[in-house]
Design a protein. Sequence first.
Length: 551
Amino acid sequence: MLRLRGALAALRLKLEVDGIAETRSMRRAMAEQIDDYLAPRLRDLGAPLLVVVGGGTGAGKSTLVNSIAGRELSPAGVLRPTTRSPVLIANRAELAWFEGDRVLPSLSRATGAAADGGGGLRLVADDDVPSGMALLDAPDIDSIVTGNRELAAQLLAAADLWLFVTTAARYADAVPWQYLRSAAERSTALAVVLNRVPADAEAEVTAHLGEMLEREDLGRARVYTITETRLEDGLIPEEGMAQVRDWLGSLAGDAEERAALVRMTLEGALDSLEGRVDELGRAVAAQAEAAAALRSGVERAYRRARDDTDRALSGGALLRGEVLARWQELVGTGDFMKSLESRIGFLRDRVRGALTGKPTTTARVEAALESSVETVVVEAANRAAEAACDAWRGVRGGAGLIDGPLCRASPGLTDAVAAEVREWQGHVMALVSAEGASKRSLGRALSLGVNAIGVALMVAVFAQTGGLTGGEIAVAGGTATVGQKLLEALFGDQAVRTLTQAARTDLSARIERLLEAEAERFHELAAAASPEHGEADALQAAAAQVRAERR
């Protein structure tokens, strides 16, 4: 039983899928029933019978309890709700059974005057209550106070016997029958007190109530009728209480009948666990399905972002604007371009001269590339975040996980991209140096400067012209060819292809890591709200253990 209790506590149930409020309520009710009734009753089968007196507002529950005890122990009156804190009345010799946390462990204990509220359990010793049982006056099941209704349901689930009090005017109301059906489903021992029945309508009302009980599979419930009468000192006259008092006294004095009643309620509660566990398993599956949809929406959004950045960085589109202008400053155009094919040596001299005359030009190209890559990645991340949020809004429970900043790229992304691009540029320079060091003949060529050759290699990475149109192709394509030819003259065709691929792969990996970190913001939220792996299996295994222990 404790294993099942632990499995219930471990259920996440955080996503607001359809019916989740009812599922959470059921999970809470199961946990409370284990704590309040099943575990303590299984430990102490011989403990006093707990009779919970429940019913709707103004039915006369407290008056009935007081009348059984023979004096006012539970407040009664016209103000509603009257019973704010439950009152447990037991024979003085047996009150100790309820002073600890054996039953209803979540409720604090108090003695003496009634508390104003707060859900604590007030204990009262009274020798007129027969030994072998205790009476618990519960709050109204239809109270205007939510906490009172929840507490009433909790107490009724902890009962060995539910003494349901209603009136001739309200016995057919809808709310009480929800509880009565629950009693039927769980085979809870039940007796009904039909209060304030006009003498001339007693037979008719009692017969109708009996028919309703039969229809709800509660035909074995005892029904006691108290005719409408004037109270004496706030209590029901003895003649009106005789049937109820005699039955309770007989029950208290018959250990075998009490044991049979306890077994019936206990077995019914245990039987009901299986169906409720199955229902919780279905709820966990619904949570897992919603969580998978959330993850899928994020993966689609950021996969699209990776595709967008790949296209932007490999289709020549990056060689526009500032990047194009800075690269042209470095290599020049015009007659130099015309003589390129036959004058590779002149090309080297021209680039060396350009670098000697303008030592900061390579830095300008690098800065322009950094800015352009940064723009591409941040814009793609913004689109991905917006798309992921849109996807989550379309998943039941997803909208509640979204906050404003989540739907934009994270504030630190711009700086993170800039840092990664600078590291990538350093990696490109290292590739060039390593390639040059492997060939002695390149020593003189590398005097051009690693930075210049490295920049040429960076441009080669973005030099495909698929993203350019019109005159841009001629200009960007032509100026990119300068760098390509220079690299080929220095390293050879195959080496240039290898270097270009290595540089492109490294940049793609860096961008992918950045976008994965952006997506992780969503994945962390989804993971925190998702069921743990194996939750449903653990629940079923715990329920199976309970079944095995009953055999």
